[in-house]
Design a protein. Sequence first.
Length: 110
Amino acid sequence: MTYKFMLPCMFWLILGGLVAFLISLAGFLSDPQFGWILFSVTLGGLMMVLGYFLYQMFIIGWLFNIPVIAIAEVPINIVQMIIGALIAIPTARAIRRAFPQMKKIDNSKF
């Protein structure tokens, strides 16, 4: 005899949001500058995932009449976002350490 155990999708969405919030909070508490970098990369990555989803759903699906399951690409796009963050965040920190004069640039003039 086998038992089937299933958790609803909303559980995983809430859990994922909670984990993202806790990681961001830890980033802000440990190093506010790192927290803002982490927040920016995460927000940009989520915008990328949403943009890919909307493109695949509406442009490819409706305009070209190609059957596309856009939701199936979301996990792959999230992995792309994570890999990009794992590369971008250490690179940004290394560049800031290598070029400390970049911190002194006044962006209000641009």
